[in-house]
Design a protein around this ligand. Structure first.
Ligand SMILES: Cc1cc2nc3c(=O)[nH]c(=O)nc-3n(C[C@H](O)[C@H](O)[C@H](O)COP(=O)(O)OP(=O)(O)OC[C@H]3O[C@@H](n4cnc5c(N)ncnc54)[C@H](O)[C@@H]3O)c2cc1C
Length: 436
């Protein structure tokens, strides 16, 4: 671990400091603050106190002393003290230290309180059997507590216990759909070789079932590194040791990733991950749900992470919750009557597209459990194959595909007339070439 970069806009004699410490750092004289080259001890003190004292409440007094007279503009709620980048040996962690006016956070969210090391272990109900709070278990004190609430939001992820908690208070658990393509992936970080030069920035070698069940991605990452992820479907899991990882890379449909990394230095262990089933809990299909509780995020719909949709969908769901609550409270503030089912139905609409995208891809594999591709999905798969093929040479299609994959645009963008035309033209050309 080492310090990589320090930026200080203004602190005592320091002004516009921006120092990068290269790996082979040679101490030298550099004027950072006052004109005579002073300021180094101020900088040292600043870095040391920020890193050493920020996380420990008992040392906050030293921070307060150091920030004495570090005033915040009347019109602002905060001011940047410093930005420190640290190279951990695997990745760069960027820490931004802000000084807030005492009252600022409370002004932003006055009733915010973080309760840590505490497990949500059941629901409280009122006399009408509606949810009125949660049962908690504090891990440190081993004590059980209760917390009342107008609305409980279950965002406890893929392993959510909400179905069980609902049954405990006399409601039905939701129907659950699990679609599992038994995909596994492994990731390793490499240092880009000094002399490396190529015409590409990133690489994607897609699997092509049924012949090839293996794929890989190479991403450039800051500080001259590559993150390489290799994936195998239908339990053809990539290994988690460095030598076998390389061999797996060589076995892809194209050796381009292998060629790039064969002489590069791995700078991390190989991390493996196999829990990739798509899991959807259909709260929207229940005829009865108690008021006072909603579920969002992976707790409702967890995707195969290889498609990178979970966080975007979670954020979109949170925005939808905010919008629905505003609408609900328009006429009757804080009244959550009838809200739960209404929200879960609304959420289901948002989840439908990413769900079809992820499961549609996973249905390509014969061994996928939990369902089969219907005719429309099969047509979509063929269409996407064409899109991928064209995206290699057509920058507009490539951009559209990336935008849809990253959920910036809806899949409709891939069916716009110019794209349809190119897909049809390419399919017809292909057929003409194939004809005897
Ligand atoms: C390996 C991997 C790679 C991924 N890559 C991407 C990606 O590139 N892009 C992308 O968009 N998404 C990705 N995802 C998916 C993304 O991480 C999830 O969709 C997202 O984190 C879901 O957010 P969440 O808040 O719903 O649940 P989580 O992030 O799972 O958070 C749930 C939290 O609840 C806590 N919790 C659980 N049970 C209890 C309890 N009983 N009491 C109290 N707390 C509890 C957990 O400790 C956890 O902190 C990836 C997921 C994995 C596993």
């Amino acid at each position: 671990m080492r310090l990589q970069r320090v930026q200080v806009p203004e602190f005592r004699v320091l002004k516009n400091v921006d120092i990068t410490f290269e790996k082979a750092f040679v101490p030298n004289i550099f004027p950072i603050g006052s004109q005579n080259g002073g300021g180094k001890s101020t900088l040292l003190q600043l870095i040391f106190v920020l890193l050493h004292c920020s996380k420990n409440p008992e040392r906050h007094v030293f921070l307060q002393n150091m920030l004495y007279e570090f005033t915040i503009n009347k019109d602002c709620v905060n001011r940047t003290v410093a930005t420190i980048e640290i190279w951990t040996g695997v990745k760069v962690v960027k820490l931004k230290f802000l000084s807030y006016k005492d009252s600022a956070l409370i002004q932003i969210i006055p009733n915010l309180e973080f309760v840590t090391s505490t497990l949500f272990k059941g629901l409280l109900v009122n006399t009408e059997n509606q949810v009125s709070g949660v049962k908690l278990h504090c891990k440190n004190s081993a004590l059980d507590k209760e917390l009342t609430a107008d609305l409980v939001v279950d965002a406890s992820g893929r392993n959510s216990q909400l179905p069980k908690f609902l049954e405990e208070i006399g409601y039905q658990a939701p129907e659950t759909t699990i679609i599992n393509s038994f995909l596994g992936y492994s990731t390793c970080w490499y240092e880009v070789p000094d002399e490396f030069c190529a015409s590409w920035k990133a690489l994607l070698v897609a699997a092509k079932p049924p012949d090839s069940l293996r794929g890989g991605i190479l991403y450039p990452v800051e500080a001259n590194r590559w993150a390489i992820t290799l994936a195998g479907m239908s339990k053809d899991y990539p290994p988690t040791d460095a030598d076998s990882f390389l061999k797996f890379a060589r076995s892809l449909r194209s050796p381009i990733i292998y060629d790039a990394i064969k002489n590069a230095k791995p700078i991390s262990p190989v991390y493996g991950y196999r829990r990739t089933e798509n899991c959807r809990r259909h709260y929207e299909k229940l005829s009865r749900l108690p008021d006072g509780i909603v579920a969002i995020g992976d707790a409702v719909c967890a995707f195969n992470p290889i498609y990178g949709q979970g966080m975007t969908t979670g954020a979109a769901s949170a925005l939808e919750l905010s919008r629905c609550l505003k609408e609900q409270f328009k006429n009757s503030p804080c009244n959550v009557k009838g809200f739960t089912l209404k929200f879960q139905k609304q959420l289901a609409k948002i989840l439908q597209t990413p769900w079809l995208m992820a499961t549609g891809e996973d249905f390509r594999y014969e061994t996928t459990e939990g369902g089969k591709a219907d005719k429309i999905t099969q047509l979509m798969q063929m269409y996407i194959d064409k899109i991928l093929e064209l995206s290699v040479s057509d920058s507009d299609i490539s951009k559209r595909f990336a935008e849809v994959a990253h959920m910036i645009k809806t899949p409709n963008s891939l069916f716009a007339l110019p794209v349809l035309y190119k897909v049809l033209r390419s399919s017809l050309k292909f057929r003409t070439l194939e004809a005897p």
